[in-house]
Every structure is written in C-alpha cells, then in structure tokens.
Design a protein around this ligand. Structure first.
Ligand code: COA
Length: 425
C-alpha cells in the first residue's frame, strides 16, 4: 500500500508559517506538494532569522519538508500560463496571501472552477467576513483577536501571547483537515470546493474552554481560579488565570529543587480529586484526608493557595524528574517543565521520531519536529526542504509534460528562475 495521499497533487502557494504548516502535513501523508515561489528570493522566510549567512533559515527548512520547489513569476505572462497549466493538473491549491491578492493575480474562484472543477481551493486569512476581513495578520494578532491573549498571563498585568504558534500552525492544522475532508467529499461529488480558515476562528476554537468560562461567569464566580480562594471579585469577562489549571482539577506550576539557578526547575502538579489521599501522605499532611475543610474537592477550593504552598514545600525538596518518579508511582498527574534544550536532547523523543535530525546540502544537519500524527500503516520519513527552484525543470517536465525545447523557451522568457546545482548528497 502506498502513502495515504499518494497521487494527490497540491499546488502550494503558501508562505511564512500558517500555509506551509498545512502543506507540510499533506506532504508527510504522501501528497506531491509543489511549492510555487517567486524567483527573486522565494518564500520570505528563507531569508528571515538566518543563523548561517546565505543559507535557508531554520524558519523555512522546518516548515517545508517533503516538498518540491518551482520558481514562477506569476505576474509575467509566461509565468501566468505555467501557473494555469499547473492549476489544470492539480487537485488542491493552498494559499495564504493577503486578502484580495489571489483575485489580483486573476485567480478568482470562478476562473479556477472553469479551468478545473475538481480543484479544491484552500485559504488561510487572518479574519473571516466582517469588519477586519481586509486586514493582514500575523501570529500574535490572531492570538489577541481570538481570545488567547486576554485569558493568558497574570491578573492585574498585561495580556500575554503564548509561545505555541496557535494562530499560524494552529490554523494550518485546521486547514489540512478541511482539505482532506473536501478531498473525501470530492470522491462522491466529483467537484472541488473552497476551504477557508480564519486565524481568529482557529485561535478561538483552541480557546473554546474560555468561552465556556465566560458563560459560567454569568452564573457565579469561577471557583477553580485562584482569585476565588483569594477573595478577589470577578469582573464581567474571563480573567487571566496565571498557571491555574484550565480543567475541573486544580493545578499549578510549583518550584522544584534548584529553581534558584535553573529557570525551568518547576513541575506542573494537578491535585486530582481521585488521588487526594496519596497526595496528603506524600506531602506529610495525612490529617487533610479526613479534615472536613480539605477532604472534598468543593471544601478545598477556598484553600487552594494554602494547599499548593504546602505541596510546593515538598516539591522544592526534589528535582523535577525525581518528583515525577515519586508522584507517578501514585498516578498523580504531573509534568516537568522541559526547556527546549532538554527537549532537543531527549533520547526518547529522538527514538520516537518526534525530534528528527535532517541533512541539508547547504546547511548541514539540523533538528526538526517530525510528523506528530502517526498512522500505523504509513510511517513517514522526514525529507529536507527544497532549495529555491530546485525542482523547476523536473516539475515542468514531469507534471506539465513539457519538452526540452519548451522548458528552454520558458526559462528564456524570464518567467521562472534557474534550477540550482547541488553537489551530490
Ligand atoms: N510571483 C509574483 N508575485 C507573487 C508571487 C509570485 N510567485 N508570489 C506572491 N506574489 C505577490 C502577491 O501577488 C502579492 O502581490 P500584490 O500585493 O500585488 O497582490 C505580493 O506578492 C505579496 O503578498 P502578501 O500576501 O500581501 O505578502 P505580505 O508579505 O505583504 O504579507 C502576510 C504577509 C502573512 C501578512 C499576508 O500574506 C497575510 O495576511 N496572509 C493571510 C494570513 C496569514 O496567513 N498570516 C500568517 C502568516 S504565517
């Protein structure tokens, strides 16, 4: 059996992070992802945050694995012709240009449908229809507009964005699901359709529990938020909750041994009701098992600060990994705060293919994150990102069936860039 998306041709007209995240996933599932880039530099991220001068950045390489690259100036007459020929050959066109850019290129939905009624057109925009629909959007804007920033950080302090790229990569993941669903639908309908994901919507989808809390707030204070135990009244919208657990089980980040020197010597500790008794024994408060002020989850809510201070007095005696071992033996849900250095060096993550080392002809070897979605019948090999225009000739020949003379003519027209020469790998 081949890869699940073998035979699906994806015209990858994406750049930066949101779109490339989506098409990288499709490539990992076996689609032939053809990345179209401008001949003058390509995807802007190739040059952004470069750690080695003149070499594709990690920003680019880590988001564009398993793809092919063709350079086309789609504003050049011959370039436009090549683009339309590719549209007729492909199953999916994915793009995340600014609102209106596709129409300005002449790629209206009507024109696309006329050229290839089976084509699925998938787009990321910052906002859906409404007052901001024409705005350009990057990650942190989406986090702010999608409810993540107003609910992240500390009470009484500024809103805060998170390091997880929920706006960009989060939207790319949503879009990939939409594309695969549309491909499945096409099997029955025989027709393509549009798949639209707005970054604001994707962030809000990931902040669903906060909209839950907004509605609970109308019926009374949110007892699992630490401000409840501190007697601080709630306003009319969901407050920032620091590191309080988002679920029904109270949790906090607690110091572990070495926290004075190591900024990541912490553990996330969840005082799950089911394991309250072993927690009391471990921290040396056996009386709390029966004391009516502590024995039930409801009774504990006003005392959470006191309880977590007591638990922290215990965690501070252990390093985070030691604490994990002790707590795990009793099924107490907890997790070490891992630094990126620890993650990069984690042998288990390397062995599982979550952290992968990849070779690149101009960069040498680098670390990346493998496909986090595992199919039992279809293991994925992570292949390096393409150099700019690396497959221009190959795509013109194999996908469009161009003859050598035709390829020469397209090259001479100036509509496509030249294919880079690569030393044998
Ligand atoms: N040949 C010729 N022109 C090309 C081209 C090619 N191969 N590829 C792109 N272009 C042109 C586009 O047609 C557009 O031209 P226009 O402005 O004349 O219409 C231009 O390049 C730039 O596109 P744009 O999307 O406006 O880039 P930008 O760098 O100004 O904006 C974003 C970047 C991300 C803010 C914007 O694309 C956006 O808001 N995208 C949607 C939301 C999104 O995905 N954001 C997250 C990114 S991680």
């Amino acid at each position: 059996m081949g890869a699940p998306l073998a035979g699906v041709k994806v015209l990858d007209f994406t750049h930066v992070q949101s779109g490339p995240t989506c098409t990288q996933l499709l490539a990992w599932f076996g689609a032939d992802v053809i990345k179209i880039e401008r001949p003058d530099g390509g995807d802007a991220t190739r040059q952004q945050l470069q750690d080695i001068p003149g070499v594709d950045s990690l920003y680019f390489t880590m988001l564009n694995h398993n793809k092919r690259s063709i350079t086309i100036d789609v504003k050049h007459e011959t370039g436009k012709e090549v683009l339309w020929r590719l549209i007729r050959e492909c199953d999916v066109l994915v793009e995340n240009f600014a609102p209106g850019a596709l129409d300005r290129m002449g790629l209206t939905w009507d024109a696309i449908q006329a050229a290839n009624p089976r084509l699925i057109l998938a787009s990321v925009k910052g906002f859906g229809p409404g007052r901001y629909e024409d705005c350009k959007v990057y990650e942190n804007v989406a986090q702010c507009a999608g409810g993540a920033a107003s609910t992240t950080g500390w009470r009484g302090d500024k809103p805060m964005v998170t390091g997880a790229q929920i706006g960009d990569s989060g939207t790319g993941l949503h879009l990939a699901l939409g594309i695969v669903t549309a491909l499945y639908h096409r099997v029955q309908s025989g027709r393509g359709q549009r798949v639209d994901c707005a970054m604001q919507d994707s962030v809000l989808n990931l902040c669903r529990v906060k909209l839950r809390d907004q509605q609970r707030l109308a019926r009374g204070p949110l007892a699992e938020y630490s401000q409840y135990g501190e007697g601080i009244p709630f306003g009319d919208s969901v407050p920032r909750a620091g590191n309080d657990s988002g679920g029904g089980q109270p949790g906090r980040i607690l110091k572990c041994r070495g926290w004075e020197q190591d900024p990541d010597a912490y553990i996330y500790f969840i005082a799950q009701a089911a394991v309250w008794k072993p927690i009391c024994d471990i921290i040396g408060e056996p009386d709390w098992k029966t004391d009516p002020d502590y024995a039930s989850p409801q009774a504990r809510l006003p005392h959470l600060n006191e309880i977590f201070t007591r638990i922290e007095a215990w965690t501070m005696k252990h390093d985070k990994f030691e604490a994990m071992d002790i707590l795990n033996a009793y099924d107490i849900p907890c997790g070490p705060i891992l630094s990126m250095k620890e993650i990069a060096e984690d042998e288990a993550l390397r062995a599982s293919g979550t952290v992968v080392e990849v070779d690149h002809p101009t960069r040498g070897s680098y670390l990346t994150v493998g496909n986090p979605v595992r199919l039992s019948a279809n293991p994925v090999t992570v292949q390096r990102s393409p150099l700019l225009g690396e497959h221009t000739d190959e795509i013109l020949r194999d996908v469009l069936g161009c003859s050598a003379t035709e390829i020469d003519a397209i090259m001479w027209s100036g509509a496509v860039g030249s294919t880079p020469k690569i030393a044998a790998e």
